[in-house]
Design a binder for this molecule. Structure first.
Ligand SMILES: NC(=O)C1=CN([C@@H]2O[C@H](COP(=O)(O)OP(=O)(O)OC[C@H]3O[C@@H](n4cnc5c(N)ncnc54)[C@H](OP(=O)(O)O)[C@@H]3O)[C@@H](O)[C@H]2O)C=CC1
Ligand SMILES: O=C(O)CCCC(=O)O
Length: 492
């Protein structure tokens, strides 16, 4: 195992921790049991992490709760100073953090570097927002009264995060939580725990007091049960599948926790006749193939107006055939592996279903000859609306093209899903831009843009894509309670 770790070219090997961080201590599971983390590109062992159970999870929650009064009592500027130090230190260690991420998640190094910068931007943004948690004074409703509204940190938060963004999903939750004056327990995905543990190393070095940041790993059943059931946890923030989000919401119901849910998507990407086709192709590549198609905002259904269908299809084929599949550690690779064999199977099933219903392959369509979890970047044409891929998130490098005739038809097809996270469209007519943007039932709309994620903007979905918003000034609200003070006997 040490050999596997030693293979990672880290300037600071101390960033790769095979222990959990609870109450300022690096600890093992009570049982001594561990979970293996394997590189999805090679199958090699990256390392092991503790398999924590319910008792250790409870200890982490209790540590966070004990640390809360002192952390919330600090000046916002004092919390901000620690967070800014953490963000700076993430950037200073970006190469190592990126290498750890590529080893455990598979994404190309360039994307990992980008994610580290994106991840640090949430810490920096919310460090700035900490000082802008304002209250209100509302005009009095009766003589001699005053109405004041204050905002207070909600308390201990739990963050359960997915493997597709091993770093940014941590900071998009913990950043606003810490800035608001909350303490937390972070439970990263079992496939990608090392990026989260590295953030804890840097938080400790930045001077975060013990108990403010706790990171635990272990089976989702035991850790999840405690995080959702323990009444000391006042807030749960989750990113992952809608299916698991539903379970966690049910589990949180008993203690009525505040929740934020960033769940599945089924993003339409609409190309209208008046679009700049080259820009649309560039946007489709960015949106569809980022992280090998494994993002909740990835274009899942590409709807193309009939007048430009053939031209778009050919241009997209040419661009997709330039993508380079391989181990993310290798120079020039743009498409890493899928996360595991189940993900490969889901992609194959979606393609087989579409083909059996009349679709055709424009390019790709098969597991890559590199084997393992690698898959050919794929474009499918003439996909019918009853294909599974129209309904379900593929989470892989498959762009299914659907043909439409009118703007009304495109809007109807785009909204024909229970999801409502991100939608994209390419058009130049300004009237159409407003009509379509207003008609789409989605929380995020990319208009002539394939990349919509940034710390400054509110990220979140309509319908079964989730609850709440992350990032922007809205993100910190999710970690605050509103208190109304009615003051009588003031006079005046
Ligand atoms: N919205 C998004 O960004 C994401 C969407 N997905 C969608 O979900 C599909 C399946 O991916 P998958 O990784 O299984 O996503 P999951 O929703 O199963 O996993 C996300 C996180 O939730 C944890 N988890 C799973 N079950 C429970 C539970 N009962 N209690 C507490 N925590 C739990 C996981 O832990 P563990 O790692 O131990 O399983 C992981 O940390 C993908 O194909 C994709 O369609 C997936 C990831 C992100
Ligand atoms: O896919 C996800 O899990 C959400 C993060 C995507 C992003 O921030 O761009």
């Amino acid at each position: 195992m040490l050999d596997a770790i030693a293979k990672l070219p880290l300037k600071d090997p101390d960033l790769l921790r095979q222990a959990n961080y609870i109450n300022g201590e690096w600890v093992k599971a009570d049982s001594g049991k561990t979970l293996e983390v394997r590189n999805p590109a090679t199958g090699e062992l990256v390392g092991t992490v503790p398999a924590m159970g319910q008792a250790e999870t409870r200890r982490a929650i209790e540590a966070a709760n004990a640390a809360w009064p002192a952390w919330r009592a600090m000046l916002a500027s004092e919390r901000a100073a620690i967070l800014k130090k953490l963000a700076a230190s993430m950037l200073a260690n970006a190469e190592d953090l990126a290498a750890i991420m590529t080893a455990e998640q598979g994404k190309p190094l360039a994307e990992s570097r980008g994610e580290v910068i994106y991840s640090a931007s949430f810490i920096e943004w919310f460090a700035e927002e900490a000082r802008r948690v304002d209250g209100e004074i509302i005009p009095q409703n009766a003589k001699g009264r005053r109405i004041l509204v204050t905002k207070e940190p909600v308390g201990v938060f739990a963050a359960i995060t997915p493997w597709n963004f091993p770093s940014a999903m941590i900071t998009r939750k913990a950043g606003p939580g810490w800035a608001a004056g909350c303490t937390g327990v972070i439970r990263p995905a079992s496939q990608t725990p090392f990026s989260a543990l590295a953030i804890a190393v840097l938080a400790e070095r930045a001077g975060m007091p013990k108990g403010v940041c706790n990171v635990i790993t272990g089976p989702s059943s035991a850790t999840g049960k405690e995080l959702t059931g323990n009444p000391l946890v006042r807030k749960l923030s989750f990113t992952g599948s809608t299916e698991v989000g539903r379970i966690l919401l049910e589990q949180c119901a008993a203690t009525i926790k505040k929740t934020s849910m960033e769940l599945g998507g089924n993003a339409p990407f609409i190309v209208f006749d008046d679009a700049d086709l080259d820009a649309a192709v560039q946007g489709a590549i960015a949106s569809k193939y980022r992280n090998t198609g494994q993002t909740c905002v990835c274009a899942n259904r590409i709807l193309v107006q009939e007048g430009v269908y053939d031209a778009f299809s050919q241009k997209l084929k040419a661009a997709v055939e330039k993508l380079k599949v391989g181990n993310g550690m290798e120079e020039g690779v743009t498409q890493g592996p899928l996360i595991n064999a189940d993900a490969v199977k889901k992609v194959q099933d979606h393609i087989a279903d579409a083909l059996s219903k009349g679709a055709s392959i424009v390019t790709g369509g098969k597991p890559h000859d590199k084997g393992g979890n690698f898959f050919q970047p794929t474009v499918l044409a003439n996909v019918p609306h009853d294909a599974v891929i129209f309904r379900e998130e593929t989470f892989g490098p498959v762009a299914p093209l659907f043909r439409f005739k009118t703007e009304e038809e495109a809007i109807r097809l785009a909204n024909d899903t229970e999801f409502g996270l991100a939608a994209y469209f390419y058009a130049r007519d300004v009237g159409r831009i407003f009509r379509v943007a207003e008609a789409l039932e989605y929380g995020i709309i990319g208009i002539n843009e394939g990349i919509i994620s940034t710390a400054e903007a509110p990220f979140g979905g309509f319908k079964q894509s989730g609850l709440g918003r992350e990032g922007s000034s809205h993100g910190i609200e999710e970690y605050l309670e509103t208190k109304y003070l009615a003051l009588g006997g003031i006079g005046g």
